[in-house]
Design a protein around this ligand. Structure first.
Ligand code: SAM
Length: 179
């Protein structure tokens, strides 16, 4: 069970990157994304809508206080992994992290509260270069799953892509007809 905690979301300014964090979390095998920072109903509806059409299981939550959410997950036995360019290289940390089955993966936006570095069980970098929370999340999840998430099937999907060498093919599945 992997849960993503996206902290410091800023209404409108972060809409695109936060949406992409949600889409990447779902597509790469996380079970949930929790947004913290400014409440953004449109953002949550948009990601929820993708999960509804393209399948899951995946859900979207909001928690105003990131620390409360982080500590609550720790209490429930989750290992907290904070993605930061200052951390231990993912290729080194993953050997231990992969043994943990309940992960809370924290990604920041513009500014990350310094306390996170102490609260996290692991501070992990995906290269020691500045880039993006979306890229860091995708690479981290890909490494964790050893690439198995690439062929993940999504339950309850109403739409499914039939991969084509050229062009687009999308089919409506039976679960849509039943709905
Ligand atoms: N400058 C901000 C700070 O240090 O607080 C971080 C800004 S960065 C655009 C936003 C987020 O992307 C970070 O909080 C981190 O989660 C993620 N990130 C960026 N580069 C990363 C890297 N090389 N490895 C892991 N995560 C990274």
């Amino acid at each position: 069970m992997i849960i993503i905690l996206r902290i410091g979301h800023r209404y409108e300014r972060d809409e695109r990157l936060s949406t992409h964090c949600g889409l990447v979390a779902r597509a790469f095998g996380a079970r949930r994304i929790i947004f913290s920072g400014e409440h953004d109903a449109k953002l949550m509806e948009s990601i929820g809508g993708v999960a509804e059409r393209w399948g899951g299981p995946f859900d979207v939550h909001y928690e105003g206080q990131w620390k409360k959410s982080l500590l609550a997950h720790k209490k429930k036995g989750f290992t907290v992994v904070h993605l930061t360019m200052y951390g231990t290289p993912v290729q080194k940390a993953m050997r231990i992290i992969r043994k943990r089955k309940k992960l809370l993966v924290v990604v920041g936006s513009e500014k990350v509260p310094p306390e996170i570095y102490q609260l996290a069980d692991f501070n992990v970098s995906v290269t020691s270069q500045p880039h993006s929370e979306v890229a860091a999340l995708a690479v981290f999840l890909h490494e964790y799953h050893k690439g198995k998430e690439l062929s993940k099937r999504f339950r309850g999907a109403k739409l499914r892509i039939v991969p084509q060498e050229k062009g687009k093919k999308v089919i409506e599945t039976r679960s849509r007809k039943r709905a």
